[in-house]
Design a protein around this ligand. Structure first.
Ligand SMILES: [Zn+2]
Length: 411
């Protein structure tokens, strides 16, 4: 697609959204979650203009204007999954990810891949996820151009890899370059004119064991930062994690083998950790047949590190790394992503911190100040619950209403 057509589409999409959400809205809110203090603000009036919060204040007297009355409900800023893959599926369900990726990419048409992303985006929105960060493995699709009502999508474009990416070694160059970009001196120049706010780099290619050299990683991170871009680094092997930390990336994705010394380094340089918990869904009893043995082990390894990281002062962000297509088992993408979020409670994360990971901290990592909170200037994206989720997180599975840009998307 030519650059001109791309920008015409993006601008017309923005104008469409602006017109759709330009109406003023007043919401009487029983309880509003403040992720900064971790407490509820009771009896608030939210004034919404052009899809954003214009004011939030204590309700003083009976308001004569027409309001949306949510006086009996609990309101949380829209949830954010900061690591998802809307357009990726692994038909092996992690039994052999490389093989599954190759099979999926080779056999799925562009049209089907876009339709998959639209279905997933829609189901995430219905569960209260009003923003996501789509971190590569989306082929050449620009996820921001999906038309259906979906969460706000912050994407990285193709991930940058040293060799095979996550394909099996020996995969053809043509297929690799449909899915990834190379960490080459030619491609690094594109960061000076980059189309996305986040760059995704692979410090290792797990499940392939190829490592990116620490020098190359450093060079890429500093070039990205010079262009005000955020950098998310995929790192699983100990050396890859160290290289991501030494390069001063903004976030470490996965970090399965993170150790305590590295946690201290991350805390001191304010680097976010996005531990992935999306495979939790595969531990359901009805999925025993398709589940590989290593899933439970990996989940408990990640889970065991989370309390230590928190104690050390590492800022945690929710990122499911969900790419499982489980519709034939009656499980949609929103449901599996929600399960990955609630699973954090089994890793000794308190309900307040779980909400913070999926709101305030995710918004900070993405770098859009209007995300993750409900204050002046925030997007009017919020989820309404009948009960207090801090008392029982299970209520997150059944939002009563979802608003995006001040508009009800789930009634
Ligand atoms: Zn991922």
């Amino acid at each position: 697609m030519s650059k001109v057509i791309f920008w015409i589409l993006i601008i017309s999409f923005i104008c469409f959204e602006k017109n759709a959400y330009s109406q003023d809205v007043l919401v009487k809110a029983g309880h509003v979650f403040d992720p900064v203090t971790g407490s509820w603000l009771h009896g608030q009036l939210l004034e919404i203009k052009s899809g954003k919060i214009k004011a939030i204040s204590k309700i003083k007297k009976e308001n004569k204007q027409k309001v949306i009355d949510l006086g009996d409900y609990y309101i949380v800023p829209g949830l954010i999954d900061a690591h998802t893959h809307l357009f990726l599926s692994d038909p092996t369900f992690e039994k052999d990810f490389s093989k599954g990726l190759l099979e999926f990419v080779s056999k799925t048409s562009l049209k089907d891949r876009i339709a998959l992303g639209e279905r997933r985006g829609h189901s995430l929105l219905m569960k209260g996820f009003t923003a996501v960060r789509d971190l590569g493995n989306s082929g050449r699709i620009d996820p921001r151009m999906i038309r259906k009502p979906t969460p706000r999508i912050y994407s990285s474009g193709p991930g940058h890899v040293p060799k095979w990416g996550q394909f099996p070694p020996g995969t053809s160059e043509k297929i690799i370059l449909q899915e990834y970009e190379r960490l080459s001196p030619e491609v690094i120049k594109r960061l000076d004119n980059f189309n996305h706010a986040t760059v995704k780099l692979y410090a290792d290619e797990e499940p392939n064991h190829t490592l990116t050299s620490p020098e190359v990683l450093k060079e890429w991170v500093s070039r990205a930062h010079a262009n005000n871009l955020k950098v998310a680094v995929h790192g699983i092997l100990p050396k890859a994690i160290q290289a991501a930390i030494d390069a001063k990336a903004d976030s470490l994705e996965h970090g399965t083998n993170l150790d305590e010394v590295q946690m201290k380094q991350m805390a001191s340089q304010k680097m976010y950790w996005v531990p992935s918990t999306g495979s939790k869904i595969l531990t359901r009893p009805e999925l025993t047949e398709i589940r590989p043995h290593h899933v439970s082990q990996e989940l408990s390894l990640i889970c065991s590190k989370i309390p230590k990281a928190k104690e050390t002062g590492v800022e945690l962000v929710f990122g499911s790394d969900n790419y499982f297509s489980l519709e034939k088992f009656g499980i949609d993408f929103g449901e599996s992503t929600m399960e990955a979020l609630i699973f954090l409670s089994e890793c000794k994360v308190s309900p307040v911190d779980i909400l913070r990971m999926a709101t305030l901290h995710a918004g900070e990592l993405i770098g859009d100040k209007a995300l993750g909170d409900l204050k002046f200037g925030s997007y009017a994206d919020f989820v309404v619950y009948k009960k207090d989720p801090l008392n029982d997180l299970a209520i997150l599975k059944s939002p009563y209403k979802v608003f995006k840009a001040g508009q009800e998307v789930l009634k």
